[in-house]
Design a binder for this molecule. Structure first.
Ligand SMILES: [Fe+2]
Ligand SMILES: [Fe+2]
Length: 150
């Protein structure tokens, strides 16, 4: 069985691939492909954020007693990234190439920094500290396979 860090890191890479595909399609003025890739990206990303906010972070907080630390920072960054996703959607619907590329660069930097913090610190610590990492992983996996809810 894979570990929490392995599974979550693989999800970051999956999101990156859709995101890069969307950016490349915009650069090529292929708006229909861009919209398709972006919709895959935003769905995967939202599922991933929800798995962290509703399952993984609460378990981390309970296991470590740290509720005002890294998980709060990560939640705040999720909100910043959601705002950028909304900007990108708007640029896509207007076929606004410059607007898209600008917001896309900003999101890329933010997302890479965010993912690195989770991969280097938060995920390994979660794996080490929660009482039942296998059960936690199973619920995260299950969540990531379900359709996006609001
Ligand atoms: Fe996150
Ligand atoms: Fe993450």
């Amino acid at each position: 069985m894979t570990s929490i860090p392995e599974f979550m890191t693989a999800k970051h890479r999956e999101c990156d691939e859709f995101f890069i595909a969307a950016e490349n399609a915009v650069a090529d003025n292929n708006w229909s492909l861009a919209k398709q890739a972006f919709s895959q990206f935003s769905q995967e990303l939202e599922l991933h954020f929800q798995a962290e906010e509703t399952i993984l972070f609460p378990e981390f907080e309970q296991a470590t007693g740290i509720t005002q630390g890294p998980t709060q920072v990560m939640r705040g960054e999720h909100q910043q990234m959601r705002a950028l996703v909304a900007d990108l959607l708007q640029a896509l619907s207007a076929d606004d190439k410059d607007g898209y590329i600008g917001a896309s660069e900003t999101l890329m930097v933010l997302m890479q920094q965010h993912n690195m913090k989770e991969e280097m610190m938060l995920y390994p610590m979660t794996q080490q500290r929660v009482p039942a990492p296998e059960a936690l992983l199973a619920s995260v996996v299950e969540h990531c396979q379900s359709p996006v809810s609001d």
